[in-house]
Write a protein that binds this ligand. Sequence first.
Ligand code: FE2
Ligand code: FE2
Length: 367
Amino acid sequence: MSAKYVTKSFQKKIQPYLTTFNDAQKEQFYSDADSVVQELVSMGKDSKEVLWVMQSIGLYLYGNSGKNFYVDYQRIPLSHNIVLWTIQPPGGGCVHIFQTPEGKLLIDTGYGVNHHDWVITLGNLGLGDFSDVKHVLCTHGDCDHVGMTGFMPVAPLVHPITKQLLDNGSRIYASSNNLQLLQRVYTTTINTFSQMTLPTEYHLCKTETVKMRGIFPVIDEVNFAGLHFEVWQSLGGHLAGQIFFYEPTEGLLFTSDAILNFATLTRPRLIFGSIPDYLITSVNINSEIARQERSELTKLAQELNAELKSNGKHIRLCCGHGAVSVFDDKGNMTVVDSVIHYSRRKHTEKIHNILSNISWFIKRRTI
Ligand SMILES: [Fe+2]
Ligand SMILES: [Fe+2]
């Protein structure tokens, strides 16, 4: 059966992004993509627009790789000679890097397609490379969070359901979401276009409840270089198997994709981040649960913030996307740790640094 929408000329446009597929897999993908266009057309979308959005995933990822790669980062000194670097790549989730005297601990890893760019970027930021990474903790199985795990020298820690989801190959796994075809083909598209590279071995976190933090069961812990991370089980509104990490001494809460500081996302990141809304109606597999989860996690973070404040500290929300944020007096998220732009193109780096520093100082004065 010949494809109605995914024509030979469109196949040629997306072929460069199917680097890991053999001919049979490519044919299967074109056929699946055609069915997706058909389904979205039946939902009222324009076929040309759908095809353009699909292609734009590859255009954006590859267009912001290599010499065009850039990041926005925050360098946050902690106690015991530890520094937290939260680094936002052009597309996808933040990579949180703890630089410690005993090596690095990573929370989430970014897209596989940018692995080489990350190595160069870390070197240029004075962070070395990934060879001294001792722990990789992954919040969930979306490829912007696990995509580089296969390049790491250690097996990543994930929830057992995340491992099953990755083996299954669809982000709809273990959910009641009924958009089977759209979700499965979207997962294949984004995983393949972004060159997701998975490891052969995983560390699976424990799943028994040790205690509760608000409505979230604490199911495991990770200790490294004087840091103590609690592993919290989510409700799975964004994705089944999602976990959060909390470091109580430093007041660091890794909220994954349950709480994002949208105000700190640049326009290109916002537009790229809205693609799932278009292709699978929502980035969350259960929007109602995701809303409840966000609200409960925010409430809990504010309670922890009040506790920390009595010790002269405050909570930092280390989001899955966007800048590390704190709560202001009104309970709104705001940024106090300077966000610095780094680009592999030196001349734009300087301009961006000046602009980001100016905007940071203006924000500081208005807090
Ligand atoms: Fe994400
Ligand atoms: Fe996600």
